[in-house]
Design a protein around this ligand. Structure first.
Ligand SMILES: NC(=O)c1ccc[n+]([C@@H]2O[C@H](COP(=O)([O-])OP(=O)(O)OC[C@H]3O[C@@H](n4cnc5c(N)ncnc54)[C@H](OP(=O)(O)O)[C@@H]3O)[C@@H](O)[C@H]2O)c1
Length: 375
C-alpha cells in the first residue's frame, strides 16, 4: 500500500505511523504531511528518515490510502478533493463526516462491511470507539436498551498541545510557578473539568452527544437511549468510562463475562479483591480495551449491568481503528472477517418486550380457544 498521513506530527498522526510499523503493514511508500511550520523537518520512521511535506491535494497523487488527522474543517475542505483527484481511499479521523448518512462510520470488528464500495470512511470519536468495543458483544447477546456513561478523559484527547499543557503545568507546580492554561478552560493539574468540546442547546456538550449519535449509528440502533457526561482528568493517555447498561433480555455477570471472553479486542481485567481493575496507566499503549468492575446493576436489577472500561484513545480510539479499516478494505473480502452480529433485532425496551410477550400469550390462548370451540 502507498500511504499518506496528513497531520503526521500530531497525537493521532504519529500514532498511525507507529501502528503501521507495529502491525507490520506492507507499506510500499509513506508520505508524511503537516503544516508549513513543520515542513522540511524529518521523522525517524520504520522506513527510515522521511521529510515532512506541506499538504496539497496534488502531493497525494499516487497514494492508495490517505489518513486525515488534522481537524474537521480541514477534512471538509480536502477529503472529497483528494478522492476526486487521486482515487485514494480517505480515512478521516475528524468528526466532519461521521454523521453524514452517505459516509460509513466504521469499527471493523462491528460494522466493517458498511465500508464496502466507499472511498471516504469516517473513524469514530475516540470515547465512542472504546466503549463500543466492550458494549457490542454484550449488545449482540442481551440487547442494550439504554446506557448511561460518565467518562474520565486524558489530556491527549485534546491533541499534542493538550498533553504538553498538562506536562508544563506539572513542571510549573514543581517549580512553584503559576499554572498556565490555553487548551483547557482551567488548569487541568489537580483538577477535573466537566467540559469537553462546546456546549449545545440541550445542556450536553458536543463530545457527550457524539457518544450518543455515533454509538447509535455504528450499532444500527437509532432508538437506543444514551446519556453521557464527559469529563477531562489529569491523565496523559487512555480514557476511562463508567457505564451503566439496561438490557432488553435478562442479563447476568457470568453472561457478560462469557460474551466478553470470546470478543476480539477486549481484555477482562476484573479481580477487585486483588486490586485488579482497568486503569489508564495499564491500558496505555495497549490495543485491546480493558473491562472490569462488572456487577449486576442495583438500579436495573436482572436487566442491568455496571462496568468500567479503559482504553487507549489514541490507539483503539483513533490510530489502530483507522489502520484496521485500511487493512479490512485492502483484504476486500467483506464476508471473510464477518463481524459478530446481534442474534436478533433489539429495538424493543424491556417493558415493551414484556407487553409483547404477554400479548403473544393472550393471542395464543384465544386462538387455541377458538380452535377447541370449533372442534
Ligand atoms: N487526540 C485524540 O485522542 C483524538 C482521537 C480521535 C480523533 N481525533 C481527531 O483527530 C484529528 C487530529 O487530532 P490530534 O489530536 O492528532 O491533533 P494535533 O495533535 O493537534 O495534531 C494536528 C496535526 O495537524 C497538522 N496540521 C495542522 N494544520 C495543517 C495543515 N494546514 N496542513 C497539514 N497539516 C496540518 C499539525 O501539523 P503541525 O504540527 O505542523 O502544526 C498536526 O500534525 C482531529 O480531528 C481530532 O478531533 C483525536
Amino acid at each position: 500500500m502507498r500511504i499518506g498521513v496528513v497531520g503526521a506530527t500530531g497525537a493521532v498522526g504519529e500514532e498511525i505511523v507507529h501502528v503501521l510499523r507495529d502491525r507490520k503493514v506492507i507499506v510500499d511508500e509513506l508520505r508524511l504531511f503537516a503544516s508549513e511550520k513543520s515542513a522540511g523537518k524529518t521523522r525517524d520512521t520504520f522506513l527510515g528518515d522521511i521529510t515532512l511535506q506541506t499538504f496539497s491535494v496534488e502531493a497525494c497523487k499516487g497514494l492508495d490510502v490517505v489518513f486525515l488527522a488534522v481537524s474537521g474543517s480541514f477534512s471538509l475542505t480536502y477529503a472529497h478533493a483528494i478522492i476526486e483527484a487521486t482515487g485514494a481511499v480517505v480515512i478521516d479521523n475528524s468528526s466532519a463526516f461521521r454523521m453524514d448518512p452517505n459516509v460509513p462510520l466504521v469499527i471493523p470488528e462491528i460494522n466493517g462491511h458498511t465500508a464496502q464500495g466507499h472511498k471516504l470512511i469516517a473513524n469514530p470519536n475516540c470515547t465512542t470507539a472504546i466503549a463500543a468495543m466492550a458494549l457490542w458483544p454484550i449488545h449482540c447477546r442481551f440487547g442494550i436498551a439504554s446506557l448511561i456513561m460518565s467518562t474520565y478523559q486524558a489530556a491527549s484527547g485534546s491533541g499534542a498541545e493538550g498533553m504538553s499543557e498538562l506536562q508544563q503545568q506539572t513542571n510549573s507546580y514543581v517549580n512553584k510557578e503559576q499554572l498556565q492554561n490555553k487548551v483547557f478552560a482551567y488548569p487541568l493539574l489537580f483538577n477535573v473539568i466537566p467540559h469537553i468540546d462546546v456546549f449545545l442547546e440541550n445542556g450536553y456538550t458536543k463530545e457527550e452527544m457524539k457518544v450518543a449519535w455515533e454509538t447509535r449509528k455504528i450499532f444500527g440502533c437509532p432508538n437506543m437511549d444514551i446519556s453521557c457526561t464527559a469529563v477531562r482528568i489529569p491523565t496523559l493517555r487512555a480514557h476511562a468510562e463508567a457505564i451503566t447498561l439496561e438490557t432488553v433480555l435478562p442479563v447476568t455477570c457470568n453472561g457478560v463475562y462469557s460474551s466478553l471472553e470470546s470478543a476480539i479486542g477486549v481484555d477482562i481485567v476484573d479481580d477487585p479483591e486483588n486490586r485488579i481493575y482497568p486503569m489508564p496507566l495499564n491500558a496505555s499503549a495497549k490495543e485491546n480495551v480493558e473491562v472490569g468492575r462488572i456487577r449486576q446493576s442495583l438500579v436495573f436489577g436482572d436487566h442491568g449491568i455496571d462496568l468500567f472500561v479503559c482504553g487507549d484513545q489514541l490507539l483503539r480510539g483513533a490510530a489502530l481503528n483507522a489502520v484496521l479499516i485500511a487493512e479490512f478494505m485492502e483484504i476486500g473480502d467483506y464476508s471473510r472477517n464477518a463481524p459478530l452480529a446481534p442474534t436478533r433485532v433489539f429495538n424493543l425496551r424491556p417493558k415493551e418486550m414484556k407487553i409483547l410477550l404477554f400479548s403473544s400469550i393472550v393471542s395464543a390462548i384465544l386462538v387455541a380457544g377458538v380452535f377447541i370451540t370449533k372442534k
